[in-house]
Ligand binder design. Sequence first.
Ligand SMILES: *[C@@H]1O[C@H](CO)[C@@H](O)[C@H](O)[C@H]1NC(C)=O
Ligand SMILES: *[C@@H]1O[C@H](CO)[C@@H](O)[C@H](O)[C@H]1NC(C)=O
Ligand SMILES: *[C@@H]1O[C@H](CO)[C@@H](O)[C@H](O)[C@H]1NC(C)=O
Ligand SMILES: *[C@@H]1O[C@H](CO)[C@@H](O)[C@H](O)[C@H]1NC(C)=O
Ligand SMILES: *[C@@H]1O[C@H](CO)[C@@H](O)[C@H](O)[C@H]1NC(C)=O
Ligand SMILES: *[C@@H]1O[C@H](CO)[C@@H](O)[C@H](O)[C@H]1NC(C)=O
Ligand SMILES: *[C@@H]1O[C@H](CO)[C@@H](O)[C@H](O)[C@H]1NC(C)=O
Ligand SMILES: *[C@@H]1O[C@H](CO)[C@@H](O)[C@H](O)[C@H]1NC(C)=O
Ligand SMILES: *[C@@H]1O[C@H](CO)[C@@H](O)[C@H](O)[C@H]1NC(C)=O
Length: 235
Amino acid sequence: MHIIPTTVLTATFFAGSAFAGLLPTPIDRRATCDTTKLNTTAGTYNITEGDTIFSVATATGRGVCDIARYNRLAVASLIYPGEQLAIPPQVCDPDNDTCLLVNTMPTRDCILGGPHVYTTVGNETIEYIALYKLNITVDALFNGSSRMLPDGANASTILEVGQALKVPQCYPSVCEVEPYTMQLEVYKDMAAKFGTTVGQIMGFNPSYNHSAGGGPTLTIPMNCRLLGDNYTIIS
Ligand SMILES: *[C@@H]1O[C@H](CO)[C@@H](O)[C@H](O)[C@H]1NC(C)=O
Ligand SMILES: *[C@@H]1O[C@H](CO)[C@@H](O)[C@H](O)[C@H]1NC(C)=O
Ligand SMILES: *[C@@H]1O[C@H](CO)[C@@H](O)[C@H](O)[C@H]1NC(C)=O
Ligand SMILES: *[C@@H]1O[C@H](CO)[C@@H](O)[C@H](O)[C@H]1NC(C)=O
Ligand SMILES: *[C@@H]1O[C@H](CO)[C@@H](O)[C@H](O)[C@H]1NC(C)=O
Ligand SMILES: *[C@@H]1O[C@H](CO)[C@@H](O)[C@H](O)[C@H]1NC(C)=O
Ligand SMILES: *[C@@H]1O[C@H](CO)[C@@H](O)[C@H](O)[C@H]1NC(C)=O
Ligand SMILES: *[C@@H]1O[C@H](CO)[C@@H](O)[C@H](O)[C@H]1NC(C)=O
Ligand SMILES: *[C@@H]1O[C@H](CO)[C@@H](O)[C@H](O)[C@H]1NC(C)=O
């Protein structure tokens, strides 16, 4: 592998301009990757206390999201001690971020379609579930669930695993709920593909964690939408 001078990297941005003929051809990141040095052997990794998907990726030299999708993890950051993960062959351009949940910047106070209940998994707050998983405002989820929460809990309190939350629904709205065989993907991919949210998929499949061996058949809310211009919130 050779060092690429910064000036050359900058120059590639102008590859399409009038200077293009004077400049080296754009650099393909893979061109600097020596494929003979890749570890193309698949393996396994036993998760122990303290492991995170990030530490597993570092330890094995694989991309976070390459591991997540290879194991059909529901949520990339959600792994459990005792689980055995499959480790995919190494690739030239590891993907460490496209599978990670991001703040969806919600504007709505209710989900489209169902389900009406979300059950917490590890290390979750109302704020995280609302912004990252259900795409509804923090206030809306907090209000809907406040009577079910322990005394003194606020939107940033880390909730016990298994805490049921009431999810406010927009009325009238609907999803088509259908069986679907999961591919090498995570819930975030499915949410984007089917017009729903990670939290709603979790709500319909409360016991699913991961599957390296084969695609499980899950219950997926699809094409979730409002059924009119105006709606009210049912909580
Ligand atoms: C290649 O990757 C597999 C799976 O992670 C691992 O078990 C094996 O030790 C690695 N081999 C080398 C030479 O690093
Ligand atoms: C990993 O876990 C499996 C059972 O899930 C066990 O059979 C195997 O021995 C474990 N491997 C290591 C290296 O601990
Ligand atoms: C992605 O993760 C792998 C393995 O942890 C690492 O080798 C690689 O440098 C990371 N890539 C980026 C762009 O962060
Ligand atoms: C979140 O909801 C808004 C509507 O409030 C929508 O425009 C946006 O596409 C949704 N984002 C995701 C990632 O679901
Ligand atoms: C819980 O989540 C926070 C922020 O996402 C993270 O810093 C922390 O390490 C997590 N704790 C556990 C036990 O997973
Ligand atoms: C939540 O409840 C507070 C206090 O009852 C109210 O002011 C606010 O409008 C509610 N917000 C939503 C989004 O339901
Ligand atoms: C929210 O609750 C946590 C305890 O769960 C507490 O540490 C924190 O100070 C509270 N935040 C606010 C703004 O009240
Ligand atoms: C998912 O993992 C958690 C924690 O180990 C466990 O309680 C739950 O039963 C698992 N679900 C399945 C379907 O394996
Ligand atoms: C929707 O709400 C707007 C503004 O409140 C109102 O003018 C309109 O008549 C409503 N449409 C229906 C179908 O109720």
